[in-house]
Design a protein around this ligand. Structure first.
Ligand SMILES: NC(=O)c1ccc[n+]([C@@H]2O[C@H](COP(=O)([O-])OP(=O)(O)OC[C@H]3O[C@@H](n4cnc5c(N)ncnc54)[C@H](O)[C@@H]3O)[C@@H](O)[C@H]2O)c1
Ligand SMILES: [Zn+2]
Length: 378
């Protein structure tokens, strides 16, 4: 049976439109899916050396065959390079290459390439057309959708950025075949997060299918990608500028971002940090009688089934540092910290203020358990 290709058109306040094309094999057929989306026959491809080898070379050859001029800009792989200094190097190359305002910047890669390339597209000449081709599960179901683009600062995650909608997103689940399982797990964490926020039925489906997903079962992955994209794009369309509903997508990220900064970007992936963040924030919700024990256990159980294993030195963590880093996060407002907390599976709420003592309680319990080797939060 031929795999189905789905197109979703996201329309933002009449001004912006984003075509999302989803289906296995679409990247191998650019004539049908990519070429018609290009405003002009000039493209800059931003990717990393690994993805250039895996998919970039073929994409460039196909574009040239269709008489599209392509410049390739390679950036080193890794979160450590999602910063302003790499962005500057890309700006230099765009100027050297005499890129103009109608040249399309295509990102080919995971969330790091998408956020970095998107940030460059948003700011170069006050904005050039952007198309994402996300290649990790996380990027396909989460980071490429909704127009958040940013680079990190060593003191705070995603702190320099903007909202900038791509004109299109090409999501080809077939590329997940080459994705190592440890990176697939990062996407599964964001899928679990979306389910906790708004879909009990998706949460149950994830529970039933997690082992198949970890084995990269093609059918299960296709279903996951389609369901998660639908849920994420619904939230983004409801609230494109993150004033209310979209803010809920920050579940697990207040603590998660602080763990990324404190742990060093090379020692903990975004997904691992968010997983630990979801567990800790759910425990805060439980401690404050917001989330019942049964739901808290269900959330912890599904995350533990992913068997995440960040290379963190937990001994170095202390509450003071964690709290200071949480305070630096852009989600915070003057002292009284806002947290998204789960109330049940499929329902979250905004809680403010959450105090240092609330975090301390959970933090101390988790770290005592961890030091005793009794708990593996992730
Ligand atoms: N903008 C947003 O709304 C948003 C949302 C969530 C996360 N993010 C950001 O996303 C980033 C994390 O993204 P990520 O998890 O995709 O990590 P990543 O981009 O670092 O990719 C993970 C690794 O997989 C490799 N890779 C990518 N695709 C591959 C493929 N098909 N086959 C083999 N290897 C492949 C990459 O080269 C990299 O080594 C973080 O910076 C996070 O802040 C942004
Ligand atoms: Zn995230």
């Amino acid at each position: 049976m031929k795999d189905k290709i789905q197109t979703i058109c996201m329309q933002f306040e009449r001004k912006y439109q984003c075509q999302m094309i989803i289906g296995p094999g679409i990247l191998a057929d650019i004539k049908t899916h990519l070429i018609p989306l290009l405003p002009t026959a000039e493209v800059v491809l931003v990717t990393n050396p690994l993805l250039e080898q895996l998919y970039g070379k073929r994409l460039v050859a196909d574009l040239l065959n269709h008489k599209v001029a392509v410049k390739v800009i390679l950036v080193p792989d890794g979160e450590n390079y999602k910063n302003i200094s790499t962005a500057k190097k890309i700006f230099d190359k765009l100027l050297q290459g005499q890129v103009n305002r109608s040249t399309t910047l295509i990102t080919l890669g995971g969330g790091v390439i998408g956020d970095l390339g998107g940030f460059v597209a948003a700011t170069f000449m006050r904005g050039i057309p952007l198309i994402h081709i996300p290649t990790t599960l996380l990027a396909q179901i989460d980071s490429s959708i909704g127009g958040k683009v940013a680079v990190d600062h060593w003191r705070a995650k995603n702190i320099i950025g903007s909202f900038y909608q791509p004109i299109a997103i090409l999501i080809d689940p077939a590329v997940l075949e080459s994705l190592p399982v440890e990176h697939l797990k990062n996407g599964l964490v964001e899928a679990i997060k979306i389910a906790i926020i708004q879909s009990p039925s998706f949460f149950q489906w994830l529970k039933q299918n997690i082992d198949l997903l970890l084995k990269k079962n093609r059918r299960a992955l296709n279903i996951l990608v389609n369901r998660a994209i639908k849920l994420k794009s619904e939230i983004v369309l409801q609230d494109p500028w993150e004033r209310k509903e979209r803010y809920y997508l920050n579940l697990g990220h207040s603590i998660g971002h602080a763990l990324e900064v404190m742990g060093g970007y090379e020692n903990i992936t975004h997904g691992e940090a968010v997983a630990a963040g979801i567990i800790m924030e759910t425990r805060i919700a439980h401690y404050k009688n917001i989330c019942p024990t049964k739901e808290m256990n269900e959330i912890e159980d599904i995350i533990k089934r992913l068997q995440l294993n960040p290379r963190l030195n937990w001994e170095e963590f202390d509450l003071e540092k964690l709290w200071k880093t949480i305070l630096l996060d852009k989600k915070n407002k003057k002292g009284g910290i806002r947290f998204v907390l789960p109330e049940a599976i499929g329902k979250v709420g905004l809680y403010q203020p959450i105090w240092k003592e609330d975090v301390a309680n959970v933090f101390n319990a988790i770290f005592t358990e961890k030091k005793k080797g009794g708990i593996k939060i992730c």
